[in-house]
Design a protein around this ligand. Structure first.
Ligand code: ADP
Ligand code: MG
Length: 237
């Protein structure tokens, strides 16, 4: 469904992505892992059209997306830090975003809006929300228009344990419906149950991109964090 071919991006002399080739398909939940500064966010931003790659292709169902914008309606994005107009009320924010879409969606998915009880703080301004509450708003917006692709950057960061489970269940359910999910998290145990594949990136190069089962078999470890630690050691040597 979503393919990158020889995707490269440099910032000055720094190579952030070095000819990345990845094929990502429906029903996969791909965890992007790698040390800080390895190019994960740059990769995500290229897919979203927020960073323009220097060379290479990004194909969605065979169509080039670099320079296009319409395809973005197929992606729900939860940024690491959601930024919203400070003085806007939560309810107004949702209304505004629905208006911007002008009905360019089949059906609203308000499952998270209900589960997180967003109605209860609809009248609060964004400025007064706690980090976790903002995170909930971001999550609701990512899923709201029922997109085929979900890109979630540290989705559980700052969420209380119950909310974190609600969100993970939602991701799981959407994966089962055949959506493509791309996520990052520093909390590997959060990724453990959700992930089908691990894309491990260092210095803008894919070190491996494998099903989680293959990774576990290769390392003889049953836990994602231990399997990854094992592989990271291999690559250091
Ligand atoms: P990660 O998300 O894996 O931590 P990033 O993709 O954010 O890594 O960054 C990869 C590298 O590119 C880092 O060295 C970072 O400093 C650099 N970088 C990212 N964005 C920019 C930018 N807009 N200008 C200059 N350097 C950048
Ligand atoms: Mg990042």
């Amino acid at each position: 469904m979503l393919v990158t071919r020889n995707l490269s991006k440099s910032f000055g002399k720094l190579v952030a992505l070095d000819s990345v080739n990845a094929e990502m398909g429906a029903g996969q939940a791909i965890s992007l892992v790698g040390p800080n500064g390895s190019g994960k966010t740059t990769f995500i931003k290229c897919l979203l059209g927020l960073v323009t790659p220097d060379s290479g292709d990004i194909l969605l169902d065979g169509q080039q997306v670099i320079g296009a914008w319409n395809y973005r309606q197929r992606i729900g994005y939860m940024p690491q830090i959601g930024r919203f107009p400070d003085h806007m009320r939560v309810g107004q924010l949702f209304n505004m975003i629905k208006e911007i879409r002008q009905g360019a969606y089949q059906q609203l998915d308000e499952e998270l809006v209900n589960a997180f009880e967003i109605e209860k703080f609809a009248n609060k301004t964004m400025r007064t929300l706690s980090g976790g509450m903002r995170q909930k708003v971001s999550a609701c917006l990512a899923f709201l228009f029922n997109p085929d692709i979900l890109i979630l950057d540290e989705p559980t960061a700052g969420l209380d344990p119950l909310s974190s489970e609600i969100l993970k269940d939602k991701v799981q359910a959407e994966k089962t419906k055949g959506k493509l999910i791309l996520l990052t998290s520093h909390i590997l145990s959060d990724l453990e149950d959700l992930t089908t594949d691990v894309l491990y990136i260092i210095d803008g190069n894919i070190q491996f991109f494998q099903p989680i089962e293959a990774l576990k078999a290769r390392t003889g470890e049953q836990k994602l964090n231990r399997a990854l630690a094992q592989v990271m050691k291999e690559f250091r040597n």
